[in-house]
Design a protein around this ligand. Structure first.
Ligand code: HEC
Length: 151
């Protein structure tokens, strides 16, 4: 009887305190997808082209305010790890890591207020892990290994 009470008590604790680090981890499904859905897919959604199609006809797509498609985990990480390494980081950075100190040109879409932009940027930074703005030609294997992007 005593052990059952203890068991139930521990179960109750487990429910109110989900195990530390894991519960707080920023993942695509828990935090990032909702930001992308709200702030990005208007121009990077299902009716946007694949990256290579976008590059081949960039002018045409830019005229209709379409960027390359990023509406799933698989599409999105293309712009983080490989082949368009660091694109998300270069475009979303607030200027603290860019050479000229200017924000990337997609930073403004992270939110309607500076507070919201900074909040969403820090979620992206945490999700990516190693926030490097380097391209494929310059990134090292160690820097690449630091990229987390948990699903
Ligand atoms: C109003 C439309 C619009 C919104 C909203 C928007 N983008 Fe873009 N994005 C574009 C266009 C158009 C381009 C292509 C032109 C350019 O490179 O600047 C682009 C380019 C990009 C690129 C570079 C792709 C490449 O060529 O390598 C990234 C990365 C990116 N956007 C990320 C985002 C993220 C993340 C969000 C949401 C926080 C977002 N964008 C919101 C229109 C938009």
């Amino acid at each position: 009887m005593k052990s059952i009470t203890l068991f139930l008590l521990l179960q109750g604790l487990a429910l109110v305190q989900p195990s530390g680090a894991e519960a707080d981890e920023v993942t695509y499904t828990t935090r990032i997808k909702q930001i992308v859905d709200a702030q990005c897919i208007g121009c990077h959604g299902a009716d946007s082209p694949e990256y290579h199609e976008f590059k081949a006809n960039m002018r045409k797509y830019e005229q209709s305010s379409k960027g390359p498609r990023m509406d799933s985990y698989t599409y999105l990480i293309y712009f983080i790890g490989w082949p368009d390494s660091g694109a998300i980081m270069r475009r979303l950075d607030d200027g603290k890591n860019t050479k000229e100190g200017r924000p990337g040109n997609m930073f403004k879409y992270l939110g309607s207020t500076e507070e919201e932009r900074q909040k969403n940027l820090s979620l992206f930074r945490e999700w990516v892990g190693n926030w490097t703005l380097k391209r494929w030609a310059d990134i090292t294997k160690e820097e690449m290994t630091g990229i987390k992007v948990a699903y």
